[in-house]
Design a protein around this ligand. Structure first.
Ligand code: SF4
Length: 159
C-alpha cells in the first residue's frame, strides 16, 4: 500500500472514531503520556506510526526526541504538551484516562482497530509496536517523493 493511501485510511479511522457517539473529553492533562508512571505504553500500527513520524518531521525534527523520565518522547520539554496532538495515534484517542471518560471497550472500537491492522498488513507490517519503537522505525523508513515506499519494514506484535 502506498504511503498516501495508508495515511488517508488511518486518518479516516481517526475521523470515524471522533464521530462515535461515545462520551470522551480529553483535557490534555497528559497524565496518560507518562508511560513509566502509568505502566502503560500505546502500541501503534505502521500507518499510525507513519502519520506520527510525518508530524514530527513537520516540527523540523528527523529523530525521535530522547526522554529519560519514561514519558512519551512527543511531550514537548517546557510546555509538557504533545507536539503531534492533532496527529496523535489511535491509542492516545481511545486511552484509559479516567478524567477523559476511561477507556473505550474493545467492542466499541474493534472495527476501527481492524481497519488499522488491515492497513498495517497492507504496508507489510506484522502488527503494532510500542509507540517509541514504532515511530523510530517509521522515521528511519526510506521515503520517496511520491510518498510510496519500495520496501516496508517489519513490525512486531504488541497490544
Ligand atoms: S503521542 Fe502525544 S498524546 Fe500520545 S502519549 Fe505521546 S504525548 Fe501523549
Amino acid at each position: 500500500m502506498a504511503d498516501a493511501q495508508a495515511i488517508a485510511e488511518v486518518k479516516a479511522v481517526y475521523a470515524d472514531l471522533a464521530q462515535r457517539p461515545l462520551e470522551r473529553d480529553c483535557l490534555r492533562r497528559t497524565e496518560c503520556c507518562q508511560f513509566k508512571l502509568t505502566g502503560k505504553t500505546p502500541y501503534l500500527t505502521a500507518g499510525e506510526a507513519l502519520i506520527a513520524a510525518n508530524a514530527i518531521r513537520a516540527t523540523g525534527k528527523n529523530r525521535l526526541p530522547e526522554k529519560k523520565d519514561g514519558s512519551c518522547p512527543m511531550l514537548t520539554p517546557g510546555t509538557g504538551l504533545c507536539m503531534i496532538y492533532e496527529d496523535r495515534p489511535f491509542g492516545c484517542r481511545s486511552h484509559f484516562c479516567a478524567a477523559a471518560g476511561g477507556p473505550y471497550t474493545r467492542r466499541e472500537v474493534v472495527d476501527l482497530v481492524r481497519r488499522l491492522e488491515d492497513v498495517d498488513h497492507a504496508m507489510g507490517g506484522c502488527g503494532p509496536q510500542t509507540l517509541p519503537a514504532a515511530i523510530k522505525s517509521a522515521l528511519e523508513r526510506p521515503r520517496f517523493s511520491n510518498g510510496v515506499s519500495a520496501t516496508a519494514s517489519p513490525r512486531s506484535r504488541g497490544r
